[in-house]
Design a protein around this ligand. Sequence first.
Ligand code: G3H
Ligand code: 13P
Ligand code: ZN
Ligand code: NA
Length: 308
Amino acid sequence: ALVTSKEMFKKAYEGQYAVGAFNVNNMEIIQGIVEAAKEENAPLILQVSAGARKYAKPAYLKKLVEAAIEDTGLDVVLHLDHGENFEICKQCIDDGFTSVMIDGSKYSFEENIALTKKVVEYAHERGVVVEAELGRLAGIEDNVNVSEKDAIYTDPNQAVEFVERTGVDSLAIAIGTSHGAYKFKGEPKLDFERLEKITKLLPNFPLVLHGASTVIPEFVEACNKYGGNIPGAKGVPEDMLRRASKLGICKINIDTDLRLAMTAAIRKYLTENPEVFDPRKYLGEGRKAIKEMVRHKIKNVLGCSNKK
Ligand code: G3H
Ligand code: 13P
Ligand code: ZN
Ligand code: NA
C-alpha cells in the first residue's frame, strides 16, 4: 500500500539505519528499485521531482507506482522531491502522494518558516507528512573557513527553532553534500560535528540527507569506457553514509547513482551489441543494473535489509 514515512522513520531512528529515497521517472527505474526492495525486504521511498512529473506526466507516474505496489505487495512512500511552492505540494497531496517536500531553503529563515507552515497545515489535515530544508546544498569550494560554513550549512540552533515553529515531520540539512556527479573537488568531507550537534538537539527527530549519491566509480569508469565523457565525477563515500545513518539521518536521497548505473549498463550493452535495436534489450539491461545497485545500497550502505 501507499504509506507515510512516520513509522519507517521511527524504526530507522531507533535502529540506527536509513531508508533509501530513490528518484523515479520511468517504468524500468521503478521496476528495478521495487524488485530490489522486495528481495531485500526493505522499507522504500519513491520520490518524484518537478522535472520527473513534467517528463513522465503526473498520471503515468502515479499509475506506475500503483502498479509496482500491486505487483510486489510492498509498502511504499510516494514523495514529492524539492517542491518549490505551495501549489505543487497541494497538487501532489490532492493527487494522493503520502509525503511532500517543501524546499524553502533559498528563502530567508522567516519566509522558509512561513511557507513550510502553510504546507504542513494543508498536508497534516489530509494525513500527509512534510519534509522541509534548512541550509543550502550548493557545492562549496574546498577548505571553506568557519564563517563560510556557517553561512551555508544548517545552523543547529536554527534547526531546533525551525522544527518547533513549523511542526514539520522531517528536515533536510546541509552538511557538505550537493546534488549531481561533481560533489567535491578534492577530498570528500562532511561536517559530522554539525550533524552530531543537530542530532543531539533534536532527539528522535528524523533528518534527511540530500545529494547523497556515492557516484560509484565503477559506473563512471564504464560510462567513460563506452563512449561517455564524465571526467572527475566524485560523490559521498559509502562509509560516510553509514556513519550518517547511525546518527539522526533517517532518509538518504539517491538519484545520480541510478542515472549512472542505468547509463553505464546501456552504453556497455549497445557498444557490445551493435546489431541490437530492440529497446527492451538495452532498457532491460538498465533495469537490471538499477536493481543490483539498489540492492547493494539497501544491504551494504543504508542498513535497511529486512527492516520492512
Ligand atoms: O534533487 C534533484 C534530483 O536529483 C532530481 O533532479 O530535477 O533533474 O529531476 P531533476
Ligand atoms: P544525488 O544527486 O546525490 O543523487 O542527490 C539526489 C537528491 O538529493 C534528490 O533530492
Ligand atoms: Zn535533493
Ligand atoms: Na538513522
